[in-house]
Design a binder for this molecule. Sequence first.
Ligand SMILES: [Mg+2]
Length: 109
Amino acid sequence: MHLEEMKREIKNLVLDKGFYNRKQDIPKKLLFAFIELGEASDAWKKGKSKDVIAEELIDVIFYILDASRLACPNVNMDEMFLKKLKKNKSRSYQYGERHRLVNRSSNSM
Ligand SMILES: [Mg+2]
């Protein structure tokens, strides 16, 4: 499933469940995304299962895509993802993290 399909499914869920669905609700949705990030971090710190952590991260994606649906409805998120990926790939090694001074050879996990 691609991002645009996910947006449509999320919209249907939002409408079916009567969740916030106005442009004024965008800040709430972004706040909820942060809350879900916190839940993912908490799950990780508590050693919860990978499924629990993944579910919290999916919640983040839900809220972000839902916010994008309202904030920039005419932007194709699949195309934007590819555009941003290309932009990030064109940047230098450790862009924005040069303070870490990690060698490429020791940067594998
Ligand atoms: Mg959650």
